[in-house]
Design a protein around this ligand. Sequence first.
Ligand SMILES: Cc1cc2nc3c(=O)[nH]c(=O)nc-3n(C[C@H](O)[C@H](O)[C@H](O)COP(=O)(O)OP(=O)(O)OC[C@H]3O[C@@H](n4cnc5c(N)ncnc54)[C@H](O)[C@@H]3O)c2cc1C
Length: 462
Amino acid sequence: MSTVSFPDPAAAAPRPIVIVGGGFAGTTLAAALARQSWPTAREVLLLSEESYTTFNPMLAEVVGASVFPEHVVAPIRPMLGPGARFVMGRVDEVDFARRRLVAVTLAGRQSIDYGQIVFAFGTRANLELVPGLARHALPLKLVGDAMHIRNRVLQRLARIELECDRALRRRLGRLVVIGGGFSGVEVAGELADFLRGALRYYPRVRADELQVTLLQDASRLLPELPASLGEAAARSLRARGVDVRLQSRAVLVGADGVNLDSGEFVDSATVICTIGTRPNPLVERLGLKLVRGRIETAPDLSVPGPPGVWAIGDCALVRNAAAASGSADAPAAYAPPTAQFAVAQGEQLAHNLAARLGGRPTRPFAHRSRGMMATTGHLKGVAEVFGLRLSGLPAWLLWRAYYLLRMPTLGRKVRIWLEWSWGMFFAADITHLRFTRTGQADAEASPRAVSAVSPPSRECSP
Ligand SMILES: Cc1cc2nc3c(=O)[nH]c(=O)nc-3n(C[C@H](O)[C@H](O)[C@H](O)COP(=O)(O)OP(=O)(O)OC[C@H]3O[C@@H](n4cnc5c(N)ncnc54)[C@H](O)[C@@H]3O)c2cc1C
């Protein structure tokens, strides 16, 4: 594998600030750096596995087909200001002594020298929390996951129409969502609305054959929000037929359903997992001090130890000076792993980097939460913003407005706003998009492949 060096070692320019990860934290930092007036001209290089940022909080709406997948991603290049570059690649190793990293890019392995390096590579989904989860459950972390779940649900509806075994139809029609936090509530609500809207196109499926079950091991939904909003979310879901089960922990997931800690078995052919994160594999190779799988930072977001290293977003464990309790000596609480805090850390680090490079003192990270929001289905949500509690359509509109404002470029904002406004008044799209290419389609239609398809176990004419 070829190794090339970037930038040209002969060039006199100072080494760049390299940001690893183009999520909420990394892109906010890159854009904020571009707005700074630098004491010394310095290139900013953002490296990320994908060429876009995923608005994870909106993935549930892709599952429920309320929005198109392109509406929950934002291309990184237009977000970067002048002086910033983007390279699509996965960082694999970092040599702190030589201030050099190795990334796997489209052109092979490349080594890149840095002056300052910022880790903002987030976390991964954890499918080890419950036995059977990795094999049988569908995670929701990437856009591809959301599209896969949506296709699986459409496949289930189409298959129920062709089956006559009642138990099998019931198992195919029940969708279990594990986790009653933000994403679990959002997915359950979206799926309930989606199934209701789609039903009219599947005349051989009865409404009572479809069921969304939400499993939450705590005593209420959305523990991050005030109790009244968690209860409002549960009421909203139950009113739309979602089987919300509190104090229900999944202990085993299989191909046919989920075993609960109560001993009950919930039969289901589709289990969606919204719980648990695990560290990014890179984090373990860095050799930095980790606490609960995250890189512990100093109060100003720098990483103690090697020089020129910083960490922000979900991969970092950051104390929030604004959350310190009354006593002046009390340690500040850690910032939660949310999009809002990732963005706030990106903004603050731009300031601290400029201060460090300009020889000025840095500031400890301090951010007061402006509130929390969650959708509970199509046109419905709950929110607490600046102490104001909202539920229903106003909360949902606020949610959409927030993410629309974060989209880069005016043209994209306007296009998405028009499409979202249009979509509010129509049923969700039920296209089951197959990603089949010509060679595969021909192979599937060959006489040999057709004869290998097994007939249904019982005669059941569509
Ligand atoms: C389904 C879901 C729903 C959520 N809902 C909410 C919500 O309602 N409200 C809320 O506040 N938060 C929510 N979150 C959490 C929120 O999305 C995260 O807190 C936020 O995305 C963290 O931002 P980040 O930049 O640290 O990481 P991420 O946004 O995860 O970005 C990390 C980036 O790093 C890249 N990367 C990873 N490894 C490498 C590597 N080795 N080399 C180069 N690039 C790499 C990835 O491709 C990715 O682009 C949700 C998360 C999920 C998964």
